[in-house]
Ligand binder design. Sequence first.
Ligand code: CUA
Length: 342
Amino acid sequence: MNRWQNLWRFIPLFGLMMLLLTGCGSDTISALRPRGPVARDQLFLMKLSLGIMVLVVLVVFVIYIYVLVRFRKKKGDKDIVPKQVEGSHTLEIIWTVIPIILLLILAVPTVSYTVKLSENHIENKDAVHVKVTAHQFWWQFDYPELGIATAQDLVIPTNKKIALEITSADVVHSFWVPSLGGKQDTNVGMTNIMYLEADDAAVFLGKCAELCGASHALMDFKVISKSDADFNAWVDKLKKPAAIPADAKAGEQVFKDNCLSCHAVNAQGLGFGPNLNGFASREMIAGVLPRGKNNDQNLHDWIVDPNSVKPGTKMPAFGPTGAKHLEEQQVKDLIKYLNALQ
Ligand code: CUA
């Protein structure tokens, strides 16, 4: 008994924590601060259903409390049985018709938005078509019409529909960009479709929203929206092979001997691991470690012990003590080469 009483004392603390935590989050990962038409429609549905629920709860509670107070037996009252209204037509009609009206108010927009948001824009000439493939624990993005492929950073033009075909290479994941819309499960051997659209140029955070293994919580990605001109420049840059400076040539050889069997570095290449074309322009290493300017420590940590960064990753350790042996100097050369992949 005492133990339970102690637990009750924590309730104010939990309440305070809840209030504090509601202040967390940011503009680029919040379904409550939509940054595109799809997310706006979804927020409207959330507000509508929440509004109806709150209205119903309020009305029921007000009547309940009123009846409790008004009709309770007071001191000196006689034992009387109040007038029975069982089978009252008026009441039965009221509590049947009102829920029907509320359900209609909820159902009509929900169904129409569901139909609208599941429109297929893959053949739409004005849309950008991207194939999304989820892997444990990273994201692959192929742009079939543009002839490019990338990983971790989904780069899109603003104010255009991005038609997504979503699938998985291993287990069930879920594709979610809270600020832009979602989410959609990724299933093996099955393709789901959805579309997104961003209002302005920004970097939005995306998440895997389905428990998928040890590093589920680290399966982040970015959606980078750019103006049309910047997007086209990005596509062109990705299509051109990176200019490798002379001091990165040694690293290029290390890469060819050890990494190329899994990681493509050309425009369209698909491999067992993420395509690293344009790697040096990405903000994150493996989606979770900041690259940091003039700081290669994170990249070094990732190469020599990836499992400590992302438990369960399929990337083997490369280094003096790794499963795949590389000398310390070779790791340094490799980092130099990766940093040249603009
Ligand atoms: Cu992938 Cu969770």
